[in-house]
Design a protein around this ligand. Structure first.
Ligand code: NAD
Ligand code: ZN
Length: 383
């Protein structure tokens, strides 16, 4: 029999633009966002975690009720261990039992775990529901809420199962930062310093002014209107600039991974006992030192970076008990290591990135060279 072939022509052109709102006490603003365009008639499912529900859940549900919207809250246990396929299924079953259909709107209320998990629920429920993120952590502002990546973890790797699903709006509620612990704030500051390093000298200088010159404590930093707004805005805008030019992580989006090749390997080698942001701080500092060795940035600029990280209470050296080989092994497993090559993004001074000969934002480095570099770092040099 003759084989038949024909084409289903479907060229997709979609406008996935969305607003980012930064301010204080944004419950009513979230309700207003949820009443725009086709969202207005939808039944609302607020998805949040067991910590955030106590801090803010009622406030948001009440704001929806006051606007005459049908909104119900779905809560899962707080923490990264909830970011699983099983928890996604559990939430889906609860939505089904409550009768949520295609005419629903998901509102993710919480940090990165909530926006990743609720966003992924929204991506597949009834073949895709719109969702709004109301971010409550600095990590959320720095990284997790803009970009459209949603996912859950599996034992083999974090964020391995997921979807690109852009939110319809992102709200960064600065009031919510008041209840974050110092370590949670520092977790977000690691990524914040990275964003400044890759794209914004002035933002970096403002962080230096706050932490190095004025010696602000991290809790004071998030309470300061101007600084909190600046951090939320520049974080989201820098992420937007990288994402807009490269939605699916072909090349430029790689720039967001500055400090992450070493940082993420260290995080895995430590069995995820240190926050992501703290590991990124170490990765940033080490990769900046390497940048100096390669002549991509001056020694004085690396010293400024190290001083800023330390002033913000972030670590800058690989902790005791970790061996070079632990990091090497973890680096090989990184899902972003392409074809066995290990690629590194390097900053060019402060506020800019190196672009290599072929227009790439990351350059491959051989394992022996990496091993030798790590071996020269404090803590390893004498062993
Ligand atoms: N999608 C992306 O592009 C992206 C980017 C970066 C990180 N992430 C993901 O984000 C997650 C980390 O984000 P996170 O640190 O926000 O995680 P999280 O949501 O687990 O929040 C951290 C802790 O803070 C609590 N919390 C949240 N808001 C609070 C508040 N206002 N006051 C007090 N406590 C509060 C949470 O209940 C939790 O215990 C990881 O799963 C990571 O993979 C995703
Ligand atoms: Zn990161």
């Amino acid at each position: 029999m003759k084989t038949t072939e024909f084409t289903i022509e479907l060229v997709r052109k979609v406008d996935e633009s969305y607003p980012v709102v930064i301010g204080r006490d944004l419950a009513e603003a979230a309700v207003e966002m949820a009443s725009r365009g086709d969202l207005a008639e939808r039944r609302v499912a607020i998805i949040t975690d067991s910590n955030v529900v106590d801090l803010y859940g009622t406030r948001l549900e009440t704001a929806f009720a006051a606007a005459g919207r049908d909104a119900q809250t779905f809560v899962f246990p707080a923490g990264e261990t909830s970011k699983t396929r099983a928890m996604k299924e559990c939430l889906e079953d609860e939505l089904i039992a409550a009768g949520y259909g295609r005419d629903s709107l998901v509102v993710a209320l919480g940090g990165g775990v909530v926006t990743d998990l609720a966003g992924f629920v929204a991506a597949t429920y009834a073949r895709g529901l719109p969702y709004i993120s109301l971010s409550t952590t600095l990590v959320g502002a720095a990284d997790a809420s803009v970009g459209g990546k949603t996912a859950v973890d599996v034992p083999a790797a974090t964020n391995l199962i997921g979807a690109f699903h852009q939110p319809r709006a992102v709200l960064i509620d600065l009031d919510r930062w008041q209840t974050l612990t110092d370590d949670q704030i520092r977790d977000g500051l690691g990524e914040t310093v990275k964003q400044a390093c890759i794209a914004d000298t002035e933002f970096f200088a403002a962080l230096e002014e706050a932490f190095v010159a004025r010696r602000l404590a991290v809790a004071e930093f998030v309470r300061d209107d101007a600084l909190a707004e600046l951090a939320a805005r520049r974080n989201c805008q820098i992420k937007r600039d990288f994402v807009m030019s490269d939605v699916h992580e072909g090349n430029r989006r790689m720039g967001l991974n500055l400090g992450h090749t070493i940082g993420r390997a260290l995080e895995a080698a430590l069995g995820y006992t240190m926050t992501h942001g703290a590991c990124i701080a170490i990765g940033l500092n080490l990769q900046a030192r390497w940048s100096v060795e390669f002549g991509y940035m001056g020694a004085g600029e690396q010293e400024r970076l190290e001083r800023l990280l330390l002033a913000a209470g972030l670590p800058t050296e690989i902790p005791a008990g970790i061996e070079v080989e632990d990091i090497m092994a973890a680096m090989g497993h990184d899902k972003k290591a392409k074809g066995g090559e290990i690629r590194f993004v390097f900053q060019k001074g402060i506020g800019d990135l190196m672009v290599f000969d072929d227009g790439r934002f990351a350059r491959p480095i051989g394992r022996e060279e990496i091993r030798a570099f790590l071996g020269r770092q404090k803590g390893f040099a004498e062993s």
